[in-house]
Design a protein around this ligand. Structure first.
Ligand code: GH3
Ligand code: MG
Ligand code: MG
Length: 339
């Protein structure tokens, strides 16, 4: 932590030196602490963490080099800049001092201004270093927060993707039967009409309506009616080909889209559905119940709107109802319809 006045520890075995240097240091606006030997200096530094150390080399017991080594080996004191302040001028000593981690070397007798300039430089460097460490810590923290935020965002994105998928499914599906809904089948018919314009591959539309469904509801209840609806939806789905599509067109009506299929092919398929219905057990409440359906078929006509082709299938369906139900009618226009 930065103090109001930087604290400088002066280490020298000579009390006179300590006094002189101490006074100069204080006159220069620093707080001075003193130690008369290496052990004392090291102990002081560990607890008080001075901002800088002025270290004599020649001292009994533990010399300045050893003190410097002690400082640099301990993470608590290793960041404290050490300036050797010594009468020794030997280059080997200077080199050794730097090798041991000292930041500077000042020869006694020293020039106060020079010493001050060096002290200031190394204090500034130390503070910059500490600031950098603080910034780095802050950066690391921000990075962690960002990582966390990114994690949350990607989790939310996955959730959003899931919700979107569910919404998309819901937007094109009938919830009771899980078949495509009216909107989606119209889109598919439109796509098929575009394909027809390119490759002239005929497709057919079938509208299938459950016969006397109202009486099923009346006799067994609406819930069981729903079970029958679902069961019929499953039967149709299981009978059509992969490229075909079936939708819930209305209450108990289904629209089946049969690509690359003419009216006779469509009749073939509806025949299969009728056969399956005749043998499958739609048995709500364990009451033996056979459900039949009537089918109206229309081939796509590029000269009329899609709606009109659907209408044709509807007309054929009502022809079938009029004929007594449980049958298949192909729309033949003004010509006589055949079952
Ligand atoms: P038809 O042979 O002439 O088609 O006779 P129908 O009774 O099937 O036809 P009608 O149009 O008279 O009645 C259709 C019935 O279908 C009436 C309605 O309550 C029922 N219905 C429509 N949607 C649902 C549904 O989602 N669940 C149930 N259980 N019944 C439905
Ligand atoms: Mg009906
Ligand atoms: Mg109906």
């Amino acid at each position: 932590m930065k103090r109001i006045k930087p604290l400088i520890l002066i280490v020298d075995d000579n009390p006179q030196n300590l006094q002189i240097v101490g006074e100069k240091i204080e006159q220069s606006g620093y707080d001075a602490a003193i130690a008369t030997n290496g052990t004392q200096a090291y102990d002081f530094a560990k607890t008080n963490k001075p901002d800088l150390v002025l270290l004599d080399i020649m001292m009994p017991m533990v010399d300045g080099f050893d003190v410097c080594r002690l400082f640099k080996d301990n993470p608590v004191t290793s960041g404290i800049p050490v300036i050797f302040l010594t009468a020794r001028t030997d280059y080997d000593d200077i080199t050794r001092a730097f090798e041991l981690g000292a930041v500077d070397y000042v020869i006694k007798p020293f020039n106060v201004m020079e010493l001050n300039a060096r002290i200031k430089t190394h204090l500034d460097l130390k503070y910059s270093r500490e600031q950098l460490i603080d910034y780095n810590k802050e950066l690391e923290k921000t990075n962690q927060e960002l990582k966390q935020a990114n994690k949350i965002i990607s989790e939310k994105n996955i959730q959003l993707g899931e919700t979107m998928k569910q919404l998309e499914i819901a937007a094109r599906t009938d919830p009771l039967t899980n078949l495509l809904n009216r909107r989606r089948i119209i889109e598919l018919i439109e796509i098929e009409a575009i394909r027809f314009a390119r490759n002239k591959k005929l497709f057919s539309i079938v509208i299938a309506d459950i016969d006397f469904f109202k009486s099923i509801n009346d006799n067994y209840g609406h819930d069981e009616g729903d079970v029958v609806l679902k069961s019929i939806a499953d039967t149709i789905t299981a009978t059509i080909r992969k490229q075909d599509s079936v939708s819930r067109w209305g209450g108990e009506e289904f629209l089946i889209l049969l690509p690359e299929t003419d009216a006779n092919g469509a009749k073939n398929l509806t025949g299969k559905i009728r056969e399956k219905l005749a043998v499958s057990s739609l048995v709500p409440l364990n009451i033996d119940l056979k459900v039949t359906m009537t089918f109206g078929i229309a081939e796509y006509d590029e000269n009329i709107f899609i709606d009109s082709t659907i209408k044709k299938a509807d007309i054929a369906l009502y022809e079938g109802k009029n004929k007594g139900r449980n049958c298949v009618v192909i729309y033949k226009g003004d010509a006589e319809n055949k079952t």
